[in-house]
Every structure is written in C-alpha cells, then in structure tokens.
Ligand binder design. Structure first.
Ligand code: FAD
Length: 411
C-alpha cells in the first residue's frame, strides 16, 4: 500500500489510546489501527466484573464514529503475520501489506495455559476477551458449580461474580495463599476471609493432579487426593505477553518486547507499549518490569503516540492497579518487593492502607483494601509521594489523622 502510515498493531486499550493520541498531538498523516479481534477496542476490566453478570455489550474505548471523525483507519478481525524491517512493511495473513513510517506493537497478552488444557467453550474456560466473557455468562447462575483454578485477580473477581449470581465456587490455588504475587499477605488474607464468608471454598497450597472434562461436567483431582466436581473449570493462572511477531522480526524479547524508557525497541522505528512490553522504571533505578494494568496501557498508549512523533518523552510515575471484589476495592501502587518495612494506617471505616518503605526510609509502594472508594485518595497521594522520592515519617504515615497532603508538601 502506497502512503507510509503510523501503524499500530493490536487494537486493545494501548493501541486505541495511541491512535487517538497521534491525532490529539496534531499528526495529520495516515493512522492505521489493526486488531485480530473483530470488535472495536474495548475495556477488559469489566469482563471480570459487571459484564459477566448484567450486560451483553462490551465497554468500548470509543464509538465507531469517533475513529471515523478523526480519520483513524480501523482494520479489525485481521492479524498481522510478519514485519519486514528492511522495507518497513507489515503483512496481514491474506497478503495485504502496509508501509509504516513508525510502527507501534501493542499486542497485549493472552492467558497462560494450564498444561494440556485448552479452552473448549463447553467445560473449560479462560477469561481474556469479550467472547470469553459471553461464553461464561450463562454459567453465572444459581445451582451451577464452578471450579476456578488460580487465586490471582481474574480468578478472585470471577469467584465473586459467580457467588453473587448464586453459583457454587471452589477456588484452587497451588501457592500457600491467594495473591502471592504483588499483594501483601495481610490484605490478601482479608480478601480471602471475605471470599470464605461469601461461601467460596478456597483451597490453597495444593496442586492439581488432573482435570477431566466430560459432557456432563468436570472433575478436578487435587494433589492431596481431594476430588472436586463442577460444571465448568475456569483457569486464571496469569498471562503471557504476545511477543511472537516481534521475535520473528528479530526484536529483543525478555519477558515481553524489550523497550527503552521511550518505549522504543531495538529498532528505532518500532515501539512497543502496554501488556506486551518490558520497560525500565526510572523511579526504581531503571529496574525492568512488565505490567498488566489498565492505567499503564492507557498511559503507555499515549506516551507511545508522543514518541512515535519524535517527542522523546520518558516513562515516569509508579505502577498502579486495582481490583474490585464484592464491595471491596484493592489498590496497589509502586513495587512491593523494593520494600523492607511496612507501616499500616487503619481507617475509621475499616479500610487498611499499608505504606511500604525501603531500607533508607523511602516510600516505594502503598497498598490498600477498603469498601468502595474509601482508600482511593490516600493511595493516590501515596503514589505522588512515591514519585517524589519522599522519605515520610513512619509515625505520620500510621496516624490516620495526619494528612498525606502535608507530607507531600514537605517532600
Ligand atoms: P490487550 O488488551 O491484550 O490488547 C492487545 C490486542 O492486540 C488484542 O486484542 C489482541 O488480539 C491483539 N493482537 C495481538 N497480536 C496481534 C497481531 N499479530 N495482529 C493483530 N492484533 C493482534 N487491569 C487493572 O488495572 N485493573 C483491573 O481490574 C483489570 N481487570 C482486568 C480483567 C480482565 C478480565 C483482563 C483480561 C484484564 C484486566 N486488567 C485489569 C488488565 C488490563 O485490562 C490490561 O492491562 C489491558 O487491557 C492491556 O491492554 P493492551 O492493549 O496492552 O493489551
């Protein structure tokens, strides 16, 4: 195809934000957004929350007419098969190709498969796409029995929705507790207690020997000999980045597509952003991370747009994510494993915020669990303290009457 364009591969949160970002920054050339899913770009968080229970529509990042009005060409339901870096072209499966001026890889991630267990749309499910959520919807009902494999965010959110719909849920986690990765034990145990109170049968510290599906149901045999009978199994054991396209093009891969602080790959004309990329975080001394978080996808999409246009703006700020289960919200900002001590702040409404400090007293992470929005403001302020490299007084952090804003002013 003749005219060189800004090409974005992957029409998820990151890709869509990047496409609009290019227009918002005044780019007037061709912008092409290519995605293998047939839907307009949509938000994934509702898939494991409200969408499973009450609506058939995905929550779109933007309606079709917005793409049209700013001249973003959408190529949906098509996978990019290869990149030719020499000729600066990308090739679709059916032989169509596009020439790029700059290319953004926003290919996201896919569910980590349980060995030997493929989704079959009947008894075995994973949850990543709108199609996955639609397939699961009918099972969120009274008298259904669901075995959830994995005590991470997706498994726990799904367990909450299923219980709220009246289904029986057994949640199996091989590690000694739920949310081992990235959530402090005290908050994870509060969440677990709530799940148990809601009737979820939580089984931690036990592996799975086999999962057998048959027309009438599924049997999960645990390593401790326990047998769980269910109508369906939903596997939520993490995600793996979609890096094959980048790898085949000779780009550097290491737990994601390796990029620098400007989201640039080892090829200066190719950037990568969102769930698929591994990038350095300057506030942690350039430590490399790959994040699977909605806000990161949004922010990196917009940053990638700026840098596709040559602005050279570095990644900044701290990682942040949230999870909703029942009426509880969990939020984590920063990197917990950078911390050596933790200070707790008990809110009057029962919420708990933890501040995580490095050996030198620098605030490196904050986490919290509370109802509704109760912890949001403090976590937001903690994020600012983290970004400012603050060394706040632990006694003030622990005191719920002491204002974090004043600590920020002092930072
Ligand atoms: P994706 O959303 O994975 O989009 C990438 C797109 O690229 C996909 O559509 C894929 O099909 C397409 N693609 C891949 N390869 C190609 C190719 N070769 N050619 C064309 N297209 C291709 N985060 C939070 O912070 N809080 C939450 O509560 C939360 N809840 C979540 C619930 C669920 C069920 C899921 C799945 C995720 C959740 N997340 C949450 C994470 C968040 O949604 C992701 O971090 C975000 O969607 C990542 O966006 P992305 O665009 O980088 O990748």
């Amino acid at each position: 195809m003749s005219e060189r364009a800004m090409i974005i591969v992957g029409a998820g949160e990151t890709g869509a934000r990047a496409a609009f970002g290019l227009r918002e920054r005044g780019y007037q050339g061709r912008v092409v957004l290519i995605g293998s899913e047939s839907h307009l770009p949509y938000e994934r968080p509702p898939l494991s929350k409200g969408l499973l229970s009450d609506t058939a529509e995905p929550k779109y990042v933007a309606r079709a007419d917005r793409y049209e009005s700013v001249g973003i060409e959408l190529v949906l339901g098509q996978s990019v098969d290869s990149i030719d870096r020499q000729s600066k072209t990308i090739h679709l499966r059916d032989g169509v190709f596009y020439s790029y001026e700059r290319l953004l890889l926003a290919t996201g991630a896919r569910p980590r498969p349980f060995p030997g267990l493929d989704a079959d749309g009947k008894r075995i499910f994973y949850l990543r796409t709108y199609a996955d959520a639609l397939a699961l919807q009918p099972w969120m009902a009274p008298d259904r029995k669901i075995a959830v494999v994995g005590g991470g965010f997706i498994g726990l959110e799904l367990a909450a929705i299923a219980r709220q719909a009246g289904a029986g849920v057994t949640l199996i986690e091989a590690l000694p507790r739920i949310l081992m990765r990235g959530v402090p034990e005290v908050l994870a145990m509060r969440l677990q207690t709530r799940h148990v109170a809601e009737g979820v049968d939580v089984r931690c510290g036990t592996g799975i020997s086999s999962i057998d599906s048959r027309p009438g149901g599924v049997t999960v045999l645990l390593a401790d000999g326990m047998q769980i009978e269910a109508d369906i199994v939903v596997v939520g054991i993490g995600a793996i980045p979609n890096t094959e396209l980048a790898a085949a093009a000779g780009l550097q891969i290491e737990n994601g597509i390796v990029v620098d602080e400007y989201l640039c790959t080892s090829d200066p004309d190719i950037l990568a952003a969102g769930d698929c990329c591994n990038f350095p975080l300057s506030i942690y001394g350039g430590r490399r991370v790959r994040l699977e978080s909605w806000r990161n996808a949004q922010e990196q999409g917009m940053l990638a747009a700026a840098n596709m246009l040559g602005e050279a703006r570095p990644v900044s700020g701290a990682p942040w994510f949230w999870s909703d289960q029942y009426d509880l919200t969990l939020q984590v900002a920063g990197l917990l494993d950078e911390a050596t001590t933790t200070v707790g702040r008990h809110q009057a409404d029962g919420g708990l915020i933890l501040f995580h400090l490095a050996t030198d007293g620098r605030l490196v992470a904050a986490s919290g669990l509370g109802t509704g929005n109760s912890i949001a403001r403090d976590i937001r302020l903690a994020e600012m303290l983290i970004a400012a490299g603050a060394h706040p007084d632990p006694l003030s952090l622990a005191d719920p009457t002491s204002k974090l804003k004043s600590l920020l002013r002092a930072a």
